[in-house]
Design a protein around this ligand. Structure first.
Ligand code: HEM
Length: 255
């Protein structure tokens, strides 16, 4: 139970926080991290969310230990903690999300489809309220360490279409062991995205800062914060002490 997949629960927990938030639709104000509706079918069974049951189950003992924290806040706080523990930037985090019932589940199709290109990325992320720079920012990275390596490889390597019968993928010309998806290639093929890939490939500090900004924005989409500064401070202290301690107990982080 202490180990998962590549050796850490961090990535799958981070992915849970992103999929819980990335359903936001700015036009209708529906979806987003407020609600944690992925607890319920049909959202839990949406193709993009398969596997995230592992992250939800992993956090369940923490919820039992601290029943007063909403699932929505817990999943986000765990994502923020994961980024930091994987060596990424410090991400400012605020509590204030409230859980909703299954009737608030979002329809399937709000999260990105890895097989598609630049216009799909814009459809999905503009719907949430992101611009081109922010679309490039909150991206996948190497399995258990948070770095700008993904952007360096994307920018510096030559990528060829993989020759096989499966869905379209790309592989690096040098070793033919790495893989990129069509949505990854869209970031270098598109004139609006490419300059940001180049900036992140060349400067890790810029990537860390802009990832943190975009990730905070993602986690806060549609959340009706009440602006209680004292409560926020208490939660932040808890992040430092209690919740992190319980993540450590479950093998999520080392303290
Ligand atoms: C167009 C946008 C995106 C697409 C198409 C995409 C697609 C994918 C796919 C296909 C996987 C592999 C899932 C599996 O193992 O079955 C994955 C993993 C992952 N994604 Fe994304 N992703 C996107 C954006 C993001 C963003 C914005 C974040 C973070 C804020 C993120 C974080 C992750 C992480 C951490 C994993 C690894 C999960 C694990 O190891 O269990 N992704 N993504």
């Amino acid at each position: 139970m202490d180990e998962y997949d590549d050796g850490s629960y961090g990535p799958v927990v981070l992915r849970l926080s992103w999929h819980a938030s990335g359903t936001y639709d700015k036009t209708t104000g529906t979806g987003g991290s407020n609600g944690a509706t992925m607890r319920f079918a049909p959202e839990s069974n949406h193709g993009a969310n398969l596997g995230l049951v592992n992250a939800r189950d992993f956090l369940e003992p923490v919820k039992k230990m601290f029943p007063w924290i909403s699932y929505s806040d817990l999943w986000n706080l765990a994502g923020v903690t994961a980024v930091q523990e994987l060596g990424g930037p410090t991400v400012p985090w605020r509590p204030g999300r409230q859980d909703a019932e299954s009737t608030a589940c979002t329809p399937d199709g709000r999260l990105p489809n890895a097989a598609k290109g630049p216009s799909h990325l814009r459809d999905i992320f503009y719907r949430m309220g992101f611009d081109d720079r922010e679309i490039v920012g909150p991206w996948d990275f190497s399995p258990t360490v948070f770095t700008n390596e993904f952007f360096r490889l994307l920018f510096e390597e030559e990528w060829l279409k993989r020759e096989w019968d499966g869905p379209l993928q790309y592989t690096d010309k040098t070793t033919k062991t790495l893989m990129m998806l069509p949505t990854d290639m869209a970031l270098v093929e598109d004139d609006g995205f490419r300059p940001h890939v180049e900036r992140y490939a060349k400067d890790s500090d810029v990537f860390f800062q802009e990832f943190a900004d975009a990730y905070v924005k993602l986690l806060e989409l549609g959340v009706p914060f009440k602006g209680d500064g004292r409560l926020s401070l208490i939660y932040r202290l808890l992040q430092g002490v209690v919740v992190r301690f319980s993540f450590a107990r479950h093998g999520f982080i080392a303290i």
